[in-house]
Ligand binder design. Structure first.
Ligand code: MCN
Ligand code: CUN
Length: 785
């Protein structure tokens, strides 16, 4: 960070601009908004996982004083809104008409003058359900006699949600295995978990019957894409719809999908002609909105001469009752096929099939980078298992198998082109911080005393920043992002973005990018986002794509402004643009650095009555749409140290070392904060978080009593390190980082637990490693659910 006077400029650990508002309690979240004449909506949800609906009687609810309307599938049918498209080209019932397909599914919506009356009225709706057998186990859903879940779909005869999808090459993988000297196989489950943001999902829909304008207040991660979906669904022109996000109390992927509640609120407002507010409660959030993972994986890995050579993966993806996973269209299993990891393999082959079950839909969320979480978990568990089988140190096996620095750009056996990396170096930095040799020594001593200490490694590579339009789209929309920069006559600037912060600090970091590129102090740069009327089109924030795509857009738009400034400066200094050189905030004459014009002088000129270069328009603004040439590939080396209590099987994460390489860091403090948060989530996923169901499809984790999330008590003081390998194709050399710590940490912790249990011969425990599960494994028993 350099400075102008006492003001810092550009990259560096600048304190977050938005925090002044948050720590004073001045955030503006959805539930803070009260519009004149606003009414409230509540949703009746199915108590059954699978049941036929014979009838719905709403008369008693309608008779309750204060109730304005009760909406069912029949009413939506008349509006053509009974079913909606999902972002994966499936269809999803907005309200269940013929039958319910998961516990918690939306059955009816009540609109009333306050939220209490709306909720009371739900009790008065009489639904005649006829229970059907439910299937919640994805493997059993494929049995011939499994109940058919999607009988609404023409020609659907089984519970397969999509044809088997493959990546890599089967034949050469078979060859690698035939030539290998060690082969290890494992069945590994990445269980269903939930992003559980502090602020649940909700919407205020405000339709103006006079003007036909639909204003939507809705914290969401992709406002422009949502607006396009609503325009199609509601048959309105896009410019008649405005989505405003305001402050968002966490997204973590949970706020990417379009939920039935949103559509009901919109339908309610269109019919009632007044603003309708809907906010789900915690149980509704946990039981019905976009879950994460639920991948059932089978894998073989092999090695030859001490190096990993091949990987075979066969996956069943559990989508729940409707496939509403968010991922680029051409990638039905997201980016899962990055499962070949950080290794220079001879061959790999991946197969994924997806099934419907009687569980809530969704499926890509919780800092996942489109299934890279599952991929990294699988490959890092497999590498650990292989090292144990080969009796070599798991770091040695990785070091011998890593893609070498000189091999970048590196094409993987499943078709990704990794941009840059120095994996060996990053691994060594992590070993140094951990004091790896000493840790192994300590472990040996403890083992001799009967203590169970484990050291677990994970080395991940992610692909983030989706994505190049030649490779990917969502619902036919290119995954590009816009930026619009206006420098005002006073020298202060506004940059408008299509990305949207949910807590990642964009108001600060995007201002820092403009500051770095133009020399305007970050506090003089206002970041505007989350309002479709005031920002350029783009696909939003998820898959750690804001820095790789919007960040690049902001850098490019700043440079465009800088180029215009150069031409103006040349005129002011009576020289040619090519004779000028740039230093932060100022163009100066190459031969005489004392002669120059600051960005402020130039701005003044751009707006003044003085002449401008021939043909140039006044003012100092620019606009761009950025199409990334490739994903960015951040990576990291994580080491977890755990202690397992031999008496209670309780796992304590004693130390966690995380060395991330996300290229150039715009704000290292914010990056560290992102990593702290993601590591805490990793501790939760590895040790306590899971959404489970009983045989009948009852969700067993519908509250924070049963869905445990980590607190500071379960987290060690995270020990962070960094290496910086710039991204060669990003204008700032930056890569995304938001999802990395969640992606990389669960395998490190589980590997550490397995390592701790080596004296007992345990070679696998599925997450979450609760005391009950670990205890069962220690006794040589199958894990309890
Ligand atoms: N950053 C940086 N230098 C880099 C990379 C990133 O300074 N080389 C900064 C960015 O400028 C930004 C932050 O780190 O302020 C995260 O950037 P990025 O990795 O681009 O990720 P996104 O901004 O796109 O955030 C999305 C990512 C995802 S997908 C989930 S899920 C998630 C996460 O971020 N949800 C979050 N982190 C979260 N953090 C909070 N507080 N709340 C959420 O909902
Ligand atoms: Cu996958 S969770 Mo984030 O991409 O919003």
């Amino acid at each position: 960070m350099t400075a102008v006077g006492d003001r810092p400029i550009g990259f560096g650990p600048l304190k977050r601009k938005e925090d002044a508002r948050f720590i004073r309690g001045k955030g503006n979240y959805l539930d803070d908004i009260r519009l004149p004449g606003m009414v409230h909506m509540a949703i009746l949800r199915s108590p059954f996982a699978h049941a036929k609906i014979n009838s719905i009687d709403t008369s008693a609810a309608l008779a309750l004083p204060g109730v304005a309307a009760v909406i069912t599938a029949k009413d939506l049918e008349t509006l053509g809104l009974a079913w909606m498209p999902t972002i994966s080209y499936d269809t999803q019932a907005v309200l269940a008409g013929d039958k319910v397909r998961f516990q918690g599914q939306e059955v009816a919506a009540v609109i009333a003058i306050d939220e209490y009356i709306a909720r009371d009225a739900l009790q008065l709706i009489d639904v005649d359900y006829e229970p059907l057998p439910a299937v919640v186990n994805a493997r059993k859903a494929l049995d011939e006699d499994a109940p058919l879940i999607r009988d609404d779909k023409d020609g659907q005869l089984d519970n397969l949600a999509s044809p088997t999808w493959e990546a890599g090459d089967e034949e050469s993988t078979d060859k690698a295995f035939a030539e290998a000297d060690t082969i290890v196989s494992r069945d590994i489950i990445y269980p269903r978990c939930h992003p559980a943001p502090l602020e649940t999902c909700g919407m205020i829909a405000d339709f103006n019957p006079e003007t036909g304008q639909l204003d939507l207040y809705n914290g969401n991660q992709a406002p422009h894409a949502h607006r396009t979906v609503y325009a199609h669904v509601a048959g309105l022109a896009e410019h008649m719809i405005r989505i405003k996000c305001n402050d968002i109390g966490g997204g973590f992927g949970n706020k990417v999908p379009v939920y039935p509640g949103y559509v009901c609120a919109i339908a309610g407002s269109i019919v009632a002609g007044v603003p309708v507010k809907w906010i789900e409660d915690r149980s509704e959030n946990l039981m019905s909105t976009g879950f994460a993972r639920d991948y059932i994986m089978k894998s073989d890995i092999c090695a030859k001469d001490g190096k990993i050579t091949g990987l075979r993966v066969d996956v069943i993806a559990d989508h729940g009752a409707f496939d509403s996973t968010a991922q680029p269209t051409k990638f039905p299993a997201g980016f899962f096929h990055i499962v070949c990891g950080s290794y220079d393999l001879q061959a790999s082959h991946v197969k994924v099939k997806a099934v419907y079950t009687n569980k809530a839909p969704g499926g890509v969320a919780y800092r996942c980078s489109f299934r890279i979480t599952e991929a990294v978990y699988l490959v890092e568990r497999m590498v650990e298992a292989l090292a144990l089988e080969m009796h070599i140190d798991p770091i040695d096996l990785r070091m011998q198998s890593f893609i070498g620095t000189e091999q970048f750009p590196y094409e993987t056996t499943t078709g990704w082109t990794y941009d840059s990396g120095d994996y060996h170096k990053t691994m060594r930095v992590a070993m140094d911080i951990a004091g790896y040799e000493d840790l192994r020594q300590e472990q040996e001593e403890k083992r001799a005393r009967g203590e169970l200490m484990g050291i677990g490694i994970s080395f991940f590579t992610e692909g983030v920043g989706a994505g190049p339009r030649k490779h990917m789209d969502i619902l036919g929309l290119a995954m590009n992002d816009g930026a619009d920069l206006r420098v005002h006559p006073s020298g202060k600037a506004v940059v408008s973005l299509s990305a949207q912060t949910q807590g990642q600090g964009h108001e600060t970091t995007f201002a820092q990018i403009v500051a770095e590129e133009l020399g305007i102090p970050p506090e003089d740069v206002e970041v505007r986002h989350g309002d479709t009327d005031k920002s350029p089109y783009g696909l939003g924030t998820y898959g750690s794509r804001s820095t790789p795509v919007s960040g690049a857009a902001v850098a490019v738009v700043s440079r465009k402004v800088r180029d215009k400034a150069r031409a103006i400066a040349a005129q002011m200094l009576e020289t040619r643009p090519e004779d000028l050189a740039w230093e932060k905030g100022r163009w100066y004459v190459k031969g005489d650095p004392s002669v120059g014009a600051t960005i402020f002088d130039i701005t003044e000129r751009a707006y003044s009555g003085d002449s401008l270069p021939e043909g140039m328009e006044g003012g100092l603004d620019a606009q761009v749409i950025y199409d990334p040439p490739n994903l960015t590939y951040p990576y990291g080396a994580y080491i977890a140290v755990v202690d397992v209590d031999p008496e209670t099987a309780h796992v304590t994460v004693r130390r966690f070392i995380a060395v991330d390489d996300c290229g150039v860091r715009i704000n290292p403090m914010i990056v560290d904060g992102q990593i702290h948060g993601g590591l805490a989530e990793g501790v939760g996923i590895a040790l306590m978080e899971v959404i489970t169901f009983d045989e009948e499809g009852n969700c067993l984790n519908g509250s924070f009593m049963d869905y445990l999330i980590p607190t500071a008590l379960e987290c060690p003081d995270f020990e962070l390190g960094a290496t910086v390998t710039p991204c060669p194709h990003h204008p700032l050399g930056a890569k995304g980082v938001g999802e990395s710590p969640n992606v990389g940490s669960p395998p490190a912790i589980v590997n550490a637990v397995i390592d701790a249990l080596q004296p007992l011969g345990v070679n696998h425990v599925d997450m979450p490693c609760t005391p009950a599960r670990v205890w069962a494994a220690m006794q040589g028993n199958a894990a309890p659910p």
